[in-house]
Design a protein around this ligand. Structure first.
Ligand SMILES: Cc1cc2nc3c(=O)[nH]c(=O)nc-3n(C[C@H](O)[C@H](O)[C@H](O)COP(=O)(O)OP(=O)(O)OC[C@H]3O[C@@H](n4cnc5c(N)ncnc54)[C@H](O)[C@@H]3O)c2cc1C
Ligand SMILES: NC(=O)c1ccc[n+]([C@@H]2O[C@H](COP(=O)([O-])OP(=O)(O)OC[C@H]3O[C@@H](n4cnc5c(N)ncnc54)[C@H](O)[C@@H]3O)[C@@H](O)[C@H]2O)c1
Length: 483
């Protein structure tokens, strides 16, 4: 049957080339890539266009952290310190955060979708069999969509609150409340020493809360090199926070304005709020996965083109595929998946799915960068020493004290920081780099380029860092490596 199509390619019966479920940063980019390739695209969103990142994650958290880190940096600069000795203006910081969260309104992003010709369907999206999606709007109206080529699930993740006695009734904060709160709690207990835990402990301690950070393992930031967690823990303690490692929470109870956290050893900690920063779960539980033979509630496992295993039309991109829960990496996957969807729609006979090919999200395995925006910043790209060894590489790690670099001393009085470079001894290329110290976040892309480019260490020797910048740590690491 021939159907009428309009200029963007969708049909009167809501058939599109590509249907995207979830309009976070990743879904937006899949839709954008599809449109750029000349395909028609619809996107389904149940909350705000822009997703977690724009309203309850990256943007508000970084808007809260920036004044904290800028003040800390200024306090380390002679001649300036006395100007920034006082407390932060918490209400100004919260107002700055509100701006960066667009006051939790998505008009700007809706306008952008409109400008690129992507149709937005507001409501809860569910798969309804092969290439079919239903959208249930807030008023209960159900719209059916069909996809000619692909459905991309980009529904992201939500915070997990552990199933502890009393936790659900204690009205705990998750990352949403921690990034969106409109007041500074007097006392805050943070459970979890991962990225959300350390960033939010940094923010609220600086804004005036008395923070207690509870970590069940031996240190903070367990996915990074151990020195990252050690330096961040030292700084949090110096800022006045209490950091308790090897500590597990047994139960939580709220009585009015007070929440009591009971630890495994029996200790009780009273606070005004408790934040669970204990990881994420995929938003796939009410997604109709059973209609296509997949398990509801599971992370969606995909190949390097982000196609779901066993399907030739279903893609899962961003947090929901659990490859790297980071906005930039999800957007990278969206570019790769968008290119793969377009190539398959054009019936390109062979896709470039080999390593570093146009249709392979190779960097997810080897070259993921991350910046933890604490004071000091912790930035990494590629593999840690432990991860490289576990992956079977024959490696050597070299470390350097960042305080010994001329640019660091100029950047801050009493600079403290450390760098590590992990080198593959068989190929003589860099597998991983970690920098911890003030101002290192902007440095990490140099490492990402070296790793993704597989630049031989001998050639890096000719990449001369400008004097006197913190980047000179590259020279020091290479000198140390070459002995
Ligand atoms: C506190 C915090 C800070 C962070 N900071 C950073 C950072 O600085 N840098 C960084 O790179 N990463 C950061 N992250 C991670 C980052 O937020 C995520 O990796 C990113 O948001 C993932 O994008 P996504 O599009 O896959 O999912 P999301 O941003 O979660 O978007 C998914 C969208 O899908 C919608 N949706 C879900 N189910 C349905 C459905 N059934 N129907 C319709 N719509 C649906 C949701 O409403 C949402 O809008 C942070 C995370 C947290 C929690
Ligand atoms: N700057 C950034 O790039 C940034 C900032 C925030 C979040 N994120 C991303 O968002 C994702 C979620 O962050 P997150 O910090 O929630 O998760 P995470 O996985 O990084 O850390 C969660 C921590 O909680 C601990 N934990 C789990 N259950 C616990 C329990 N019952 N009691 C005590 N501790 C428990 C875990 O051991 C882990 O260390 C991460 O993948 C992160 O990369 C990125």
């Amino acid at each position: 049957m021939t159907q009428s199509t309009d200029a963007t390619g969708e049909t009167a019966d809501n058939t599109y080339d590509v249907v995207v479920i979830g309009a976070g940063p990743v879904g937006e980019n899949v839709a954008d890539r599809a449109r750029a390739a000349g395909l028609s695209a619809a996107i389904v969103e149940s909350e705000l266009v822009g997703g977690e990142c724009s309203y309850w994650a990256c943007m508000p958290s970084k808007a809260l952290l920036r004044p904290v880190v800028a003040r800390a940096d200024a306090r380390r600069v002679p001649g300036l310190r006395h100007l920034v000795e006082g407390a932060l203006d918490a209400s100004a910081v919260l107002a700055h955060r509100d701006e960066y969260a667009s006051h939790w309104k998505d008009d700007g992003q809706v306008g952008w979708l409109d400008s690129i010709g992507v149709d937005l369907f507001r409501g809860h999206g569910r798969l309804a069999g092969t290439r079919r999606v239903t959208v249930t709007a807030a008023d209960g109206t159900v719209t059916e969509l069909a996809a000619r080529h692909a459905v991309a699930v980009c529904t992201g993740s939500r915070a997990v609150v552990p199933d502890l006695p009393g936790a659900a009734d204690a009205k705990p904060w998750t990352s949403r409340e921690a990034t969106g709160a409109d007041h500074v709690p007097g006392r805050l207990v943070v459970v979890g020493g991962g990225v959300v835990g350390v960033e939010m402990a940094t923010v609220w301690q600086a804004l005036g809360s008395r923070v207690t950070l509870l970590v069940r393992g031996g240190g903070l930031l367990p996915k990074m090199e151990p020195f990252a967690g050690e330096l961040v823990a030292d700084a949090l303690r110096e800022a006045g926070a209490e950091v308790r490692t090897d500590t597990s929470v047994k139960a939580v109870r709220r009585d009015g304005a007070t929440v009591t956290v009971e630890l495994d050893g029996g200790d009780l900690i009273e606070a005004d709020e408790v934040l669970f920063a204990t990881g994420r779960a995929p938003r796939t539980d009410d997604l109709g996965l059973d209609t296509v033979g997949l398990e509801p509630g599971a992370w969606l496992s995909v190949d390097d083109s982000c196609q779901v295993a066993g399907s030739d039309w279903l893609y899962a991109v961003g947090d929901v595929n659990h490859r790297a829960l980071l906005t930039h990496q999800g957007k990278y996957q969206a570019r790769i998946a968008g290119a793969a969807i377009a190539a398959r729609a054009r019936r390109v006979p062979i896709l470039e799915t080999d390593r570093w090919g146009a249709h392979s999200a190779t960097a997810d395995h080897d070259a993921v960068p991350q910046v933890v925006f604490t004071d000091p910043e912790a930035a990494s790209a590629g593999l840690t020493l432990a991860a490289a060894e576990e992956a079977g590489h024959r490696v050597r790690a070299v470390d350097y004290d960042l305080a010994s670099v001329a640019g660091s001393g100029l950047y801050a009085d009493g600079y403290r920081g450390r760098a590590r470079m992990v080198v593959d001894l068989d190929r003589e290329v860099v597998l991983g780099v970690t920098f911890v110290g003030p101002g290192v976040g902007e440095l990490i892309h140099s490492a990402t380029v070296a790793i993704a480019g597989e630049v031989p260490v001998d050639r890096l020797w000719h990449a001369v860092p400008a004097y006197p910048t913190i980047s000179e740590v590259w020279l020091r690491l290479l000198e140390t490596y070459r002995g």
